[in-house]
Design a protein around this ligand. Structure first.
Ligand code: 0O2
Ligand code: 0O2
Length: 223
């Protein structure tokens, strides 16, 4: 039987990860570019900010052991070696971003997971998309998988806190903490729902704030 020990025969991790680094760098520019295009047209962008990372080698090794992924299957079976996150203000923005991604010609969507309507038992919410993205290397084109997580700022706040607690408790939360986290996740989603309901008010305020058209300023002009 094949051993899944952490001692890997992929010795040249830097070389293995090079196309992933390239993909994350390119995708960050492209996704941030989407935000800029909306701003240039004086429209509120559905994207608040974008982050990205290549999964650290230790995390890849740990996940290989946990998910029984062999080195031969690593490229196909570990979909988040290249990871991007898109943060949005409103839940509707998430679906707008997903639609925009579906229309792009530079990546192919392979999978979509809606953890917003089907939240995880932990309370986690986000929209996950797995894409196949071609990077141009000097040796030719290489198609790699990347995971794009699209979430609201409130979902991101919850996930960040829960992720660090997970690190501390190694996923083995005391029952009381687990219940509290689930309640916090519901509270975060309630905040998203409330914000969506007063969305028009917020957007009008943001528009006035961005373009310096305060109503009282206009009034004064007319005086
Ligand atoms: P931590 O706390 O270990 O998560 P930039 O200069 O902005 O172009 P930079 O500085 O490389 O680029 O970083 P960027 O793109 O702002 O964000 C890096 C952060 O992205 C990481 O935080 C990750 O938390 C986060 N991130 C983005 N996408 C993913 C993803 O799919 N999965 C995971 N786990 N994290 C993601 P840190 O600072 O490395 O620290
Ligand atoms: P990282 O780099 O630490 O974020 P699995 O990866 O085994 O959980 P699967 O099916 O491969 O499962 O992918 P899934 O569940 O669609 O997405 C996995 C990623 O979503 C995780 O990456 C997290 O970034 C995020 N995620 C999923 N569930 C939770 C959760 O309950 N809490 C938080 N904070 N994040 C979650 P990794 O692998 O943990 O890597």
């Amino acid at each position: 039987m094949r051993s899944f020990e952490v001692t890997s025969v992929i010795e040249q991790w830097d070389q293995f990860l090079l196309p992933y680094t390239q993909a994350v760098d390119e995708l960050k520019v492209k996704l941030r570019g989407m935000r800029k295009q909306f701003q240039n047209q004086n429209q509120r962008p559905p994207i608040e900010f974008v982050t990205g990372r290549v999964k650290p080698v230790d995390s890849i090794k740990e996940k290989m052991v946990r998910r029984h992924v062999t080195e031969e299957r690593l490229e196909q079976d570990m979909q988040d070696i290249a990871g991007l996150r898109i943060m949005c203000q409103f839940v509707d923005d998430i679906y707008q971003v997903v639609d925009l991604l579906r229309k792009r010609a530079d990546m192919t969507i392979l999978e979509e997971r809606d953890y917003i309507h089907n939240e995880k038992p932990s309370g986690y919410r986000s929209y996950h998309i797995v894409v196949e993205y071609p990077v141009q290397m000097v040796t030719g084109e290489k198609k790699i998988l990347a995971e794009i997580q699209v979430r609201t700022l409130a979902m991101n706040f919850w996930a960040t806190i829960e992720h660090s607690l997970n690190y501390k408790y190694q996923g083995d939360f005391p029952e009381e903490l687990s219940a509290r986290l689930q309640r916090a996740a519901e509270a975060a989603f309630k905040l998203d729902t409330e914000m969506s309901e007063i969305r028009e008010e917020i957007q009008e305020a943001q528009h006035l704030f961005s373009y310096g058209k305060r109503p009282d300023a206009q009034d004064k002009k007319g005086e």
